[in-house]
Write a protein that binds this ligand. Structure first.
Ligand SMILES: *Cc1c(COP(=O)(O)O)cnc(C)c1O
Length: 473
């Protein structure tokens, strides 16, 4: 790097204007978030053309870059935190966590080793303890902080595979899978696609999965459980992505534990039900599992890039993530890389720590219970407006249909174009449906009523359009 360029970068770093401008743009976004379009309109999407340029040849102007991003980028965002975004299973952001993320981003810490960042190591330790406490999992549970549930499921199944093969006298890290004793995977028929991805990545083979049939809500049926043994990994879910239903953990974990099988629970958004006094019953029996994966960036409303793996068998997890875990067990301080596939990563536990510290037990209960209350309000008001509700609204998901499939699809299209709110579609028991997921702390009762009005108006238009087409052939 030439002295000139370095000088310029020192100047950027000391330039309060650059960071103040970035902050001013961000604050402008936050201040106007409730009024901004929920999904970008066509003008905003066309504006993305401004990014289509060749890789610049020369060092640029830092302020011009942030200007461009705000001018052309901010309008093309999906406004997930405004309270009227109900797509997929995404979440809003607790402001305290966002502010903490700004500061920790400036620190630019690497939590791989304690010696690389004592503060990141400390925050991971605190989150590990708080999460096990909040979810009622007992002492000694190990936590890994990863990018999302996909990597957390991968990590949980990797630990399970490690343990299953070690118990059969097979050193997986040294010998690999070729010639290894078999590992069985038993999973709920409604398992999330990320479970299958993990099974594939781990070389266990998706064709080998033995499925547990589910009932009409998407819950694994204990009566249909295949016979289990000590070579089996059972994958259950807390929160079906469509219906929000929870598998019956107590009987299945009891059968698995009696057989010496490992149970992993994919609870990306649903495991947080354990933080709600009213909803905790849905998670009954989760403490009998061996590993759990969940997302800070869904129900908890921490910013993105916050997956969590919890594992009762610390040693198997460490062996799975490290080829020679033996010497490291003596370490006094937490070295984050011992629990994750990555070595270097963002100090994301700061986001989780801030969210839990800010909300506390009571705030977390209110957050999770509140999402459920809004989902029930949706079901009641949509029902009154003539929609069909196809699931039992036990958590935060509502499956909605209009009079027939064509009307449902057209209604969804109009809602997605409205800019006022956004919901996604899904297939549910062979029918195309609208899926509403309430995940954002910012959703008020009024937001629900407003969204129901948009849905009803869209449905009425869909009905009129069909009638007109019918009349005119
Ligand atoms: C979202 C989700 C996942 C995947 O989580 P990512 O954080 O997107 O990787 C897995 N399982 C369930 C049930 C989910 O809702």
């Amino acid at each position: 790097m030439t002295d000139d360029v370095r000088k310029r970068m020192f100047a950027d770093r000391r330039d309060p204007g650059l960071f103040e401008e970035a902050a001013a743009f961000a604050l402008d976004y936050l201040a106007t978030q409730r009024e901004r379009a929920i999904f970008p309109g066509s003008t905003a999407l066309e504006g993305l053309r401004d990014f289509d340029e060749p890789l610049p040849e020369r060092i640029g102007d830092a302020r011009a870059i942030i200007d461009l991003l705000h001018r052309a980028g901010s309008p093309a965002t999906v406004n997930q935190g405004a309270g009227r975004y109900f797509g997929f299973v995404n979440g809003g952001v607790v402001p305290a966590a966002l502010a903490v993320r700004w500061l920790t981003d400036v620190w630019d810490q690497n939590p791989a080793l304690h010696v690389m960042s004592p503060i990141a190591s400390k925050l991971e330790s605190v989150c590990e303890r708080w999460l096990a406490d909040l979810l009622g999992l007992g002492d000694g549970v190990a936590a890994a902080f990863l990018s999302g549930s996909s990597t957390a499921i991968f990590g949980g199944l990797a630990a399970a595979r490690q343990k299953c093969l070690a118990d059969q006298g097979w050193d997986l890290n040294a010998k690999g899978l070729a010639g290894a004793p078999p590992v069985r995977i038993v999973a709920s028929e409604r398992a999330h696609s990320s479970v299958l991805k993990a099974v594939a990545l781990l070389g266990l083979g998706t064709d080998n999965v033995e499925w547990i049939p589910c009932d009409d809500q998407g819950r694994a049926m204990p009566s249909r459980l295949p016979s289990l043994d000590a070579r089996t990994i059972v994958v259950l879910q807390a929160g079906d992505v469509a219906s929000g239903a929870f598998d019956p953990f107590e009987p299945i974990c009891a059968a698995a534990n009696a057989a010496g099988a490992w149970v992993h629970i994919d609870g990306a958004f649903g495991l947080w039900a354990a933080a709600s006094g009213e909803l905790r019953h849905l998670t009954k029996g989760i403490d009998k599992a061996k590993s759990w994966s969940l997302d800070g960036h869904k129900t908890l409303n921490a910013p993105y890039d916050n997956g969590i793996l919890l594992c009762r068998d610390r040693e198997s997890l460490m062996r799975a993530m490290h080829s020679s875990a033996s010497y490291i067990l003596y370490s006094e301080q937490r070295d984050g890389m011992l629990y994750t596939p990555e070595m270097s990563r963002r100090a994301r536990a700061g986001d989780l720590w801030a969210t839990m510290k800010y909300l506390g037990r009571d705030g977390l209960d209110q957050l999770v219970t509140g999402l459920h209350d809004r989902a029930r309000q949706f079901a009641d008001e949509l029902n009154a407006a003539g929609f069909r509700i196809l699931n039992g609204v036990t958590f935060n998901q509502v499956i909605v249909a209009a009079g027939n499939e064509a009307e449902t699809c057209r209604t969804l299209e109009l809602v997605q174009q409205s800019g006022t709110c956004w919901a996604g579609g899904a297939d549910w028991q062979g029918e195309k449906v609208i899926r509403i997921s309430v995940c954002d702390w910012a959703t008020t009762p009024d937001d629900v009523t407003r969204t129901v009005a948009v849905l009803a108006a869209a449905r009425d238009q869909a009905v009129r359009e069909r009638a007109a087409r019918g009349l005119h052939g």
